[in-house]
Design a protein around this ligand. Sequence first.
Ligand code: 13P
Ligand code: SF4
Length: 316
Amino acid sequence: MNKGSADSSKLFDEIIKLKQEKNALILAHYYQQPEIQEVADMTGDSLQMAQFAAQSEADILIVAGVFFMAETAKILNPTRKVLLPDRDAGCSLADSCPPEAFQDFIQQHPGSPVVTYVNCSAEIKAMSDIVCTSSNAEKIIRSLPDNEPIIFAPDINLGKYLIRQTGRQLILWNGSCIVHENFSIDKILDLHRQHPNALFIAHPESQPHILKIASYIGSTKGMIDFVKRDPSTEFIVATEAGILHQMRKSAPHKTLIPAPAFEDNTCACSECPFMKMNTMEKLYRCLLYEDPEVHVAEPIRVKAHKALQRMLELSN
Ligand code: 13P
Ligand code: SF4
């Protein structure tokens, strides 16, 4: 197990010790930095994190992810203390759907069932009939009666993908993820010319013209599983670069190339600034001081729980 530098190795050991003392568990998303994924008790996509949180009997759940993921854990398991290492770790997609505006949107389409992607606030989940993640969105849309259009929010790119996959009529909210909207088709095609045998795989939060050229489209877990099982040895990967850590672990002999974004950053790949707000130091302090804690007002929690529970039942 790679614990990183000497400093982070010390923090790693301190975190393990504190976790045991406090009966705490760490849930990490695949977009977290490698050290955080390594110190965590589970690493997964949004669905796996929600399933794990719902069943956990630990006193403390630390969500190494973003705010909506910590809220989801609290909604599903309200008697546990839920912590988030950086209170400001938000999400552009969740922020693109403010509750008042979404309430108006729902009222404009009376009678339509409301499906929301888990990347939204607790208030938005409370207005929903059912929640979905990128792992189960298709199944959830198909499970609804096909005689009326369905409101789908907040991700317009995932919504367009679901329309293409299911043939269903969806009324789409216009939200998006800053990371997945930033892939450059020209740079991806250039890269593909340099690696003609590489398969291009993408997350469904990416734009339609990006998804059109993908050989596989799926959630972060779906992408990791695909790379492992597919006989190809080279992949261009269009999602947040944190995923490469688990992909390398599960398919160590394969070549993984992060898909390039419009604006080159230092690693020439795509990083979510919100996910990367979490650090080992913040994780340690959060566990030590049991702060920042995430709360959800009970009337909102109860409604949001119903929509999340329906999703979990359909995902088994
Ligand atoms: P999944 O890991 O559920 O595919 O979600 C990706 C994402 O953008 C999380 O913020
Ligand atoms: Fe939100 Fe996109 Fe970051 Fe996921 S990658 S947390 S959808 S901004």
